[in-house]
Design a protein around this ligand. Structure first.
Ligand code: HEC
Ligand code: HEC
Ligand code: HEC
Ligand code: HEC
Ligand code: HEC
Ligand code: HEC
Ligand code: HEC
Ligand code: HEC
Ligand code: HEC
Ligand code: HEC
Ligand code: HEC
Ligand code: HEC
Ligand code: HEC
Length: 443
């Protein structure tokens, strides 16, 4: 019993002894520079929350070299002084100016401070001692800036990347936005400015537009770089309503990445039909529900089969009727001029309507009488292609319409195809037949 008490006491005494000895070293050091602490002048030294190592142990002379009894040489090169005990922080490619100049004490108090690392201010306030606060002002402040985390992206001393950034290019952003890094991976197309640098569009600090964008991301931002589009959209006579929905450019384009060419958010036809799934009003009258129409008509025109509405329509608007890329007459009759059919003839041979007689240029002939020529090539009331064909899809072969709009009427065409010709029973004349091998005599 007694022996164990003694043992415990011995143990306790030895622990206290060690503590006394350790405290003694500091006390001794403090005593060494006792003058400094004792004097009313420096008695506050070492009392802040964060005290620098050598100050904590009272080693004033580690830095201050006495020249006389109480005279100290001014410290000329602070940087060099700090590097006596600390690793150099000016060896990388980009060194912060005050660090390069050895002005460590602009940011660190050499003695003590209420802030960690004896900093002279906390968080962004430290940076704002020299940098303009405006950098973090705006209607939308980026998360890490709002919480003062400048060092989350910048190293206060030095880095191997420009602008003191902790990582190169977009890796700065991906360090936190790991979901975006994942989502962007493996996409077929990446918008060039995104591959180049997120900050082409987003401010890393703060901005007046949603998502810290440098301008309204739905259109103004885009037009800032796509100047040709800005000009085009302003000048065209027939505007496309698709551009003026609430989402503007983003109704069709993804600003970052896409699996479809031209940054489209969906495969092209699907994209058009996502809005054209109902009749819509235009300055030139109501237009049909194209989705429904295509679903109901089995023979799709070549370009539509290829998924390409844009070969005929310019989605961003056009000077032509129905935002067509090339001129196409909006009416049933037009005096013949090959220029009228630029749209069709950008893919088909215009010779189709040029020669009255042919055995090669077209299948729409009676013997060698070119019926395309006959109908279309007239100085006054030439029938336009629309009189017989539909550019999108039909249930008759050769894209012949069931009926054709003629004023307030829908004239039926009544087309029948045969192996060597065909016939029609339109509203405008009796049934006519044509046959390429054995020309028919219609009355
Ligand atoms: C790590 C180095 C370092 C240590 C240790 C240190 N100082 Fe300093 N001290 C400096 C630097 C750097 C300056 C500013 C440079 C200058 O003006 O010469 C400074 C300035 C001073 C000044 C001038 C007034 C002021 O606060 O700027 C006094 C007084 C002072 N120190 C006292 C002390 C005392 C007392 C101790 C010991 C408790 C001490 N220092 C320990 C680096 C140190
Ligand atoms: C005589 C040696 C010596 C000199 C000179 C010296 N320091 Fe220190 N410094 C120390 C010691 C010892 C510590 C405490 C180390 C620890 O806690 O890990 C320290 C700690 C620090 C810390 C805090 C590090 C941490 O991880 O908490 C900073 C910041 C610092 N010093 C900056 C400076 C600056 C700036 C200068 C020049 C003005 C300087 N030091 C000069 C010895 C020195
Ligand atoms: C522009 C302000 C600024 C200047 C100038 C500056 N520092 Fe720092 N220093 C900081 C900040 C901020 C931190 C805290 C970093 C963190 O939070 O990771 C820091 C941390 C430190 C640390 C402790 C953490 C570490 O990286 O080991 C040391 C040591 C240090 N600085 C030394 C120096 C020396 C030496 C100099 C001068 C050559 C210097 N600093 C100049 C802002 C500065
Ligand atoms: C003591 C003043 C001072 C403090 C404090 C300060 N800086 Fe600087 N900083 C400068 C100076 C000077 C430059 C150089 C400006 C120039 O070249 O126009 C600079 C440049 C920069 C640059 C641009 C670097 C480059 O390569 O172009 C960044 C980024 C920066 N500082 C970030 C910070 C951050 C973050 C903080 C806070 C942790 C901070 N600064 C605190 C003085 C300071
Ligand atoms: C989310 C990361 C991030 C945060 C947090 C951040 N920055 Fe930046 N900072 C950047 C990037 C990226 C750039 C480069 C911008 C560029 O190249 O246009 C930059 C550039 C700068 C510049 C140089 C400006 C110039 O025009 O060259 C300064 C100064 C700066 N930041 C200071 C700060 C300050 C101060 C804070 C804290 C209030 C801060 N940064 C917080 C990412 C950040
Ligand atoms: C240190 C982590 C960090 C880094 C680095 C970072 N961010 Fe952020 N970012 C955040 C946080 C936190 C939010 C706020 C998230 C929220 O409000 O849902 C945010 C929000 C955003 C938003 C708005 C998202 C929204 O849904 O409102 C955008 C845009 C953004 N960051 C872009 C960037 C870009 C560009 C970079 C690179 C220059 C970057 N971030 C770097 C942490 C970071
Ligand atoms: C060409 C301009 C542009 C570039 C470059 C860009 N963004 Fe964006 N970003 C936008 C637009 C526009 C929006 C708004 C999207 C919306 O309203 O649906 C946005 C939204 C965001 C959002 C918030 C909404 C969301 O989709 O989650 C984040 C986060 C974001 N971007 C991160 C990034 C990152 C990370 C990079 C770099 C890899 C980057 N952005 C590059 C234009 C851009
Ligand atoms: C910072 C400038 C910039 C901004 C802002 C910008 N773009 Fe771009 N965009 C480009 C560049 C550069 C290209 C590549 C041009 C090239 O390769 O000829 C491009 C290409 C495109 C392409 C064609 C892609 C392809 O595969 O050919 C589309 C579509 C596009 N941008 C749409 C947009 C939209 C929509 C916005 C707004 C959300 C936008 N851009 C904002 C610079 C920008
Ligand atoms: C209604 C859908 C839609 C909207 C809205 C839209 N686009 Fe497009 N855009 C397309 C389609 C489809 C293509 C690909 C076919 C083509 O080249 O015309 C395209 C192609 C592009 C291209 C690359 C090819 C080229 O023509 O230079 C750019 C750049 C572009 N768009 C920018 C914009 C901008 C900027 C806006 C907003 C002002 C916008 N787009 C709005 C559908 C749209
Ligand atoms: C975001 C919805 C939206 C998308 C996507 C869209 N459109 Fe439209 N489109 C409209 C609206 C609304 C109108 C009616 C207003 C107007 O333009 O006159 C319209 C009108 C049209 C017109 C008639 C224009 C006129 O005034 O004569 C054509 C042709 C057209 N769209 C073709 C397309 C094609 C081709 C695509 C796919 C590349 C497409 N649209 C994608 C919304 C859209
Ligand atoms: C081969 C050329 C061509 C292609 C490809 C084409 N269009 Fe058209 N589109 C036209 C022509 C020509 C008109 C005018 C027709 C008329 O008024 O008779 C038109 C008219 C329209 C109209 C207005 C219809 C109406 O009711 O007046 C819409 C909507 C339209 N197209 C959407 C589309 C969509 C969506 C696609 C792709 C699925 C597409 N177009 C592909 C040539 C084309
Ligand atoms: C962008 C190119 C393009 C444009 C513009 C175009 N077509 Fe076509 N057209 C095609 C392709 C491709 C085919 C399919 C050819 C095939 O299947 O051999 C085709 C097929 C046809 C056919 C059926 C031919 C057959 O032998 O089955 C007719 C009729 C036709 N187009 C009429 C027109 C009319 C009328 C116009 C103008 C409104 C027009 N096309 C504009 C590309 C175009
Ligand atoms: C009066 C009705 C009519 C008009 C108007 C008409 N077509 Fe045709 N087209 C036909 C018929 C019928 C066929 C089918 C011939 C066959 O294969 O038996 C045809 C076939 C075609 C073909 C398939 C190749 C061929 O010649 O056999 C093309 C391409 C074509 N037309 C384009 C046009 C273009 C472009 C216009 C306007 C310039 C036009 N058509 C005007 C009735 C017409």
């Amino acid at each position: 019993m007694r022996r164990s008490v003694v043992l415990v006491l011995i143990l306790l005494f030895s622990l206290v002894g060690v503590a006394v000895y350790e405290g003694g070293a500091v006390a001794q050091q403090r005593k060494k520079d006792a003058d400094c602490f004792a004097s009313k002048c420096h008695d506050k030294m070492g009392t802040d929350k964060f005290v620098h190592g050598p100050v904590a142990v009272g080693d004033c002379k580690a830095c201050h070299v006495p020249t006389d009894k109480h005279k100290f040489a001014t410290i000329k090169n602070v940087g060099q002084l700090c590097y006596k005990c600390h690793d150099k922080v000016n060896t990388k490619k980009d060194v912060h100016k005050p660090v390069r100049d050895g002005n460590c004490t602009k940011c660190h108090d050499p003695h003590q401070s209420p802030y960690k690392y004896q900093l002279r201010a906390d968080g962004k306030n430290l940076c704002f001692m020299c940098h303009d606060k405006k950098i973090a002002e705006g209607k939308f402040v980026h998360g890490p800036v709002a919480v003062g985390g400048c060092p989350m992206c910048h190293n206060p001393h030095q880095t191997d990347y420009p602008k003191l950034l902790n990582a190169s290019g977009n890796n700065v952003c991906f360090a936190c936005h790991t979901d975006k890094a994942e989502a962007f991976k493996g996409k077929k197309f990446i918008h060039k400015p995104v591959a180049d640098n997120c900050v082409n569009c987003h401010s890393p600090h703060a901005a007046d537009y949603k998502y810290n964008l440098k301008a309204d991301g739905r259109m103004d931002l885009c037009l800032g770089c796509h100047k040709d589009k800005k000009e085009w959209i302003e000048k065209v006579k027939v505007k496309h309503g698709g551009l003026s929905t609430d989402k503007k450019c983003l109704a069709c384009h993804d600003p970052h990445v896409s699996d479809y060419a031209k940054q489209l958010i969906k495969p092209p036809v699907e994209l058009c039909l996502s809005c054209h799934d109902k009749p819509l009003d235009t300055p030139d009258g109501k237009i049909m529900n194209m989705k429904d129409y295509l679903a109901k008509n089995k023979y799709k025109h070549g370009p539509i089969k290829q998924g390409d509405c844009s070969s005929c329509h310019n989605t961003h608007g056009s000077d032509n009727f129905r935002i067509l890329r090339k001129y196409f007459p909006p009416l049933f009759y037009a005096p013949f001029d090959p220029k009228n059919y630029q749209l069709c003839f950008s893919c088909h041979e215009k010779t189709l309507v040029l020669d009255p007689r042919t055995t090669t240029l077209t299948n729409f002939r009676n013997g060698d009488v070119n019926l395309h020529y006959l109908h279309v090539n007239k100085p006054d009331k030439g029938r336009t292609c629309r009189a017989c064909h539909d550019a999108h899809a039909t249930n008759n072969p050769k894209h012949i319409r069931d009926s054709v709009p003629f004023g307030a009427w829908a004239l039926p065409i009544g087309y029948q195809k045969t192996d060597t010709g065909g016939s029609c029973s339109p509203g405008c004349h009796q049934t006519f037949r044509y046959d390429r091998n054995n020309p028919v005599k219609n009355r």
